[in-house]
Design a protein around this ligand. Structure first.
Ligand code: B1M
Length: 213
């Protein structure tokens, strides 16, 4: 609880060094990394986002908060991704074109790794062509796309269309997510599924694999 409170403060104030120190201490103390992410780090980004929306914070403050969050995530990622099992399946994942938000996508990638998936992470601002190339090269069972901006959501549809044009749409299941994305939107653009958080993304990916012949 103490770690959660102080890490929340370090992230919301964008204090990267403090975030690093507290995360290291929490890890050494055996704190559950998933709890730290869910109870403290995601709420911290929500807090910053709300205050940004209300005009209390500005873009540079958003940036330094994200930098502090990423510093902590980099330390937690190996713990979240710890898995001794053989790959449950392969996932190609990325944040779509025009969108630089990658914190949520990184979290989904880490938990998928933790869930035993081999993850090919294409990063952020990923063009439809890059998704198509990655599917051709890696033959994943699942393609995951993340978008945080209402203006970049249509890029998800473009990826699905380009996969279809390349004749490989049916080779993988398409899973989408991100704050503005909904199940309705997934249905509308012909995605196979939507997950509203990183845990449910793992459950959804598993359900795809169990339905793969
Ligand atoms: Co931006 N930003 N941002 N931002 N930013 C939002 C998204 C915004 C809601 C803030 C606000 O106004 N309240 C708003 C979007 C409004 C809209 O489109 N309706 C916004 C805006 C406007 C912008 C800019 C346009 C600002 C500007 O320049 N004027 C700009 C755009 C840049 C660009 O992308 N081209 C911008 C920039 C930035 C930063 C670079 C400063 C930084 C991103 C840093 C980074 O990611 N490396 C940033 C941040 C940090 C945010 C907020 C504050 C936090 C996002 C985040 O990391 N959340 C955000 C407000 C908010 O969301 N509360 C905001 C924590 C993360 C763990 O959650 O990403 O939702 P999330 O992921 C969740 C789920 O959505 C889900 O699982 C995750 C874990 O539970 N999920 C998936 C995500 N992907 C998934 C994929 C799946 C399944 C589930 O399957 C594949």
């Amino acid at each position: 609880m103490e770690f959660e409170k102080s890490l929340f403060e370090a992230i919301t104030t964008g204090n990267k060094d403090q975030a690093q120190r507290i995360t290291e201490e929490a890890i050494a103390d055996g704190v559950d990394p998933e709890k730290l992410v869910n109870n403290c780090m995601i709420p911290a980004m929500d807090d910053v986002g709300n205050r940004f929306e209300q005009g209390e914070l500005f873009l540079p403050e958003l940036l330094i908060a994200a930098r502090a969050m990423k510093t902590s995530m980099a330390l937690l990622r190996p713990l979240l991704a710890k898995s001794g099992a053989r790959p449950a399946g392969r996932v190609v994942i990325g944040t779509v074109m025009g969108d630089q938000h990658d914190i949520g996508k990184n979290l989904v990638a880490s938990l998928l790794e933790g869930g035993g998936f081999e993850v090919i992470d294409l990063g952020f601002d990923v063009s439809p062509q890059k998704f198509v190339d990655a599917v051709r090269e890696n033959s994943p069972e699942v393609v995951g796309m993340s978008a945080l901006l209402t203006t970049t959501m249509p890029a998800m549809k473009s990826v699905i269309q380009e996969l279809a044009q390349a004749g490989i749409r049916d080779s993988a299941r398409v899973m989408i997510g991100g704050a503005p994305v909904t199940q309705r939107y997934a249905d509308e653009i012909g995605a196979d599924g939507y997950a509203d958080n990183a845990n449910s993304a793992v459950t959804l990916a598993r359900s795809f694999i169990s339905r793969t012949p």
